[in-house]
Design a protein. Structure first.
Length: 342
């Protein structure tokens, strides 16, 4: 295999080579590639013996003699054992020579894995070139947006679900390009959908809302009380959440309040209110009390301001700064009935 194509191992080849170099800047893909090697080496029945069959060394402080001794040790109650060298990009030249010598005559019952969570590895080193020529290099760089979309569709299909294209796009808008974040959010969506086999745009939004609905409710309530300090404190607690998810949750709250006002004005019965707002009976009272803090025009202006922020975030605005501006605008502007700042 040529050096250019050596890093791309065939998906059909499930048996890893005796010495494998895994590197890249997507930590999830790197960790998953290492986990796959462990699964193959230990086998299902030997999973309980991992502590006896997996040894991990740090490249910057390892003793090459200990590494080689570990590599030549027979596995215990497992098909093979695994020797991992972490942060392999910083492996010293003398240690690289020792690993290269081992790679030319490896133990058939050991999987030695060099791992580097970076794109920058010594591709011109004799060790890297040798492993690349043997097809024993696996590249795990971050996926493009198109690659992430394909990954999401495959992952959903593997769970027996079909995910709509607009749902995939919104999921990626919310999470960014780190596959670990995408996977975590997709897992929430799968759990949220339960037995349903089709995942739509609303599922992506609502799944992200469930775990943070109370915080968003409190944030909206603080905005209704025009308490900018409290609203910003509550927003700070949501700082680890995807900005578009927080913005979408806020917009959902304001839409519910606006709909609730219209339903109350029309004298709608409780069953209709619950159906059209998606609220539980126990929630209606709290939302009605919050709704009383706003006039209908204020709610309409708030939704327009949130829509402006949505566009700003999608065109490169700094998320934390933009959301802070939104909160300040809503707490300081909607009460006066003046146009909200852009």
């Amino acid at each position: 295999m040529s050096r250019k194509s050596g890093g791309a191992r065939s998906a059909a080849n499930t048996t890893p080579p005796p010495v494998l170099y895994i590197y890249g800047d997507d930590d999830y893909l790197v960790d998953e590639a290492l986990a796959a090697v462990k699964r193959e080496a230990l086998g299902g029945s030997a999973a309980g013996f991992e502590s006896m069959n997996v040894q991990v060394f740090d490249a910057g402080s390892l003793s090459v003699a200990e590494v080689m001794a570990a590599a030549r040790t027979l596995p215990a109650f497992a098909p093979a054992r695994v020797v991992v060298i972490r942060e392999a990009a910083s492996l010293r030249a003398a240690d690289q020579r020792a690993v290269l010598e081992y790679a030319r005559d490896p133990s058939p019952t050991t999987r030695m894995v060099l791992v580097a969570h970076t794109r920058k590895v010594g591709r011109e080193s004799r060790l890297f070139r040798y492993l690349s020529e043997k097809g024993a290099v696996k590249v795990c760089n971050r996926l493009s947006r198109e690659g992430l979309a394909r990954w999401v569709r495959r992952a959903a299909k593997g769970r027996g679900k079909e995910i709509a294209e607009e749902a995939v796009e919104r999921l990626l808008d919310n999470t960014g390009t780190r596959l670990r974040d995408v996977r975590g959010e997709l897992e929430k969506i799968m759990l949220f959908c339960g037995e349903r086999t089709v995942v739509g745009l609303s599922d992506v939004a609502d799944a992200g809302l469930e775990c943070r609905e109370d915080s968003i409710f409190d944030l909206t309530d603080a905005i209704g009380r025009r308490d900018a300090k409290k609203a910003l404190e509550l927003f700070a607690r949501l700082s680890g959440e995807p900005p578009l998810m927080v913005l979408g949750a806020m917009a959902r709250q304001f839409r519910i309040l606006l709909k609730l006002k219209a339903l109350d004005r029309a004298g709608a019965p409780p069953a209709r209110i619950q159906k059209e707002t998606g609220l539980w009976r126990s929630q209606v009272g709290n939302y009605r009390a919050m709704s009383a803090r706003f006039g209908e025009e204020e709610l309409v202006r708030a939704l327009k301001r949130l829509q402006q922020a949505d566009m700003a975030l999608k065109t490169g605005s700094r998320p934390s700064l933009e959301l802070t501006r939104v909160i300040v605008d809503l707490t300081g502007g909607i009460k006066r009935g003046s146009a909200l700042p852009h």
